[in-house]
Design a protein around this ligand. Structure first.
Ligand code: PLP
Length: 398
């Protein structure tokens, strides 16, 4: 009567959602202040005042047809020109409005891109740990997700493992840096090495291999690090961006895809992006929010809380005996679990009302994710719980 596959996708909750819902129920029993929910990547920094001011001004003073009407599928031309000029100014990308396609956030950006590129039997490579929805999105577009094991010493790329995963069926590699969940930022050396490897494989296989750069955390980086602009280092790069994190607007659904001129057969790729958006019934990115992001181009929310939380949680957990890479960006910590079975570890953490996500969900068993896009005061109150949890595994607090 209904598609079994869709039924299962709609009713089988992700473990992140299950943990979050457990937390909501437990909060009723013990009080919200006694639950330490590190499960969801929902930004806790409020959307900036200038966003609200822009939205209100546009709603009050612009032509309602302009604010609420359909736009052409790629988005309002003047908005795309403004965003392209900003990307050119900030990163040196040689693009104009014709290289942008506005979307309803990063989930739409990557899914439209997968759908645009996927031909029967195509493989899309991702590097563990990875955003779990990639599997759902790639498979929905008829592709096969190929996972390269994690390089757990620094969460950069294990090039020997990546090379072994590339086949004549490889259509693209998904790069998510700053990374959810590891917090790693791929260095320019890593991207250059990746570009060299992919060019060699393009020559060997006789067809292009795309990088799909999923970059919703592009502006959330610490210690003066910069995120390399991948299209400047590898010609066949398609960038998928979202304002969910940089403007704290995840509920508004706004982002874009950049297809630079350097992409092989630009017109066909951009045309396929438009076709994919059409069959996925994307119609157009929300008109009001197209106007708002154009007004606010080049700005971000105040993201300094994340740097502060990252350092605070990292110091607290390492002092309690956890091993962890110091996060370089995004808003997740990805420490080693204190037993091999990360699900059992997260279950024991629940006894201390600490809600954590097992690393296996991200293709990296033996680790766990703690999202620190939470109030700093909650981290402060949670640290003694982490200490107790570590002590239950025989760790001694420094
Ligand atoms: N890609 C990654 C790596 C993410 O972490 C997320 C959300 O957390 C998304 C895509 C989807 O973001 P959006 O809200 O823009 O659809």
């Amino acid at each position: 009567m209904v598609s079994q596959e869709m039924y299962e996708l709609g009713t089988k909750k992700s473990s992140i959602r299950t943990i979050f819902e457990y937390g909501q129920k437990r909060a009723v029993e013990v009080g919200a202040e006694n639950i330490f929910d590190f499960s969801l990547g929902n930004p806790n920094v409020p959307a900036p005042d200038f966003i609200q001011a822009a939205a209100i001004d546009i709603l009050q003073h612009s032509d309602p047809m302009e604010v609420h009407g359909y736009t052409i599928a790629p988005g309002k031309p003047q908005v795309r020109e403004i965003l392209a000029a900003d990307l050119k100014k900030r990163f040196g990308m040689e693009i104009t409005g014709k290289n942008l396609f506005l979307t309803a956030g990063a989930a739409a950006s990557v899914t439209i891109t997968f759908k645009a590129l996927a031909e029967a039997g195509d493989e899309f490579v991702t590097i563990a740990p990875f955003f779990p929805e990639y599997r759902v999105f790639v498979e929905a577009c008829g592709g096969k997700l190929v996972v390269v094991p994690a390089k757990t010493d620094d969460f950069q790329i294990d090039f020997a493992a990546l090379e072994a995963a590339l086949t004549p069926r490889t259509k693209a590699i998904i790069i998510n840096s700053p990374n959810n969940p590891s917090g790693a930022v791929y260095s320019e050396a890593t991207i250059r090495q990746l570009a060299e490897l992919l060019r060699a494989k393009e020559r060997a296989f006789g067809h292009p291999i795309f990088i799909i750069a999923d970059e919703p955390y592009r502006e959330i980086v610490y210690d003066g690090l910069t995120v390399p602009c991948i299209p400047l280092l590898y010609e066949n790069t398609i960038v998928c961006y979202s304002y969910s994190k940089s403007f704290s607007l995840p509920g508004e659904r706004i982002g874009y895809i950049v297809v630079p001129d350097t992409v092989v057969d630009f017109a066909r790729v951009y045309g396929a992006i438009a076709g994919a958006a059409r069959v996925l019934t994307h119609v157009n990115a929300p008109s009001l929010w197209q106007l708002v992001i154009a007004r606010c181009a080049g700005k971000t929310a105040d993201l300094s809380t994340y740097a502060h939380n990252a350092a605070f949680l990292y110091e607290g957990l390492t002092a309690a005996g956890f091993s962890c890479m110091r996060p370089q960006g995004a808003f997740y910590l990805f420490p080693q679990a204190l037993e091999e079975d990360d699900a059992a570890f997260c279950a024991r953490a629940r006894d201390y009302d600490l809600l954590l996500v097992p690393g296996a969900d991200f293709g990296c068993p033996g680790y766990f994710r703690a999202a620190y896009c939470v109030r700093t005061a909650m981290i402060e109150r949670a640290l003694p719980r982490f200490q107790k949890l570590a002590e239950s595994y025989g760790k001694v607090h420094e």
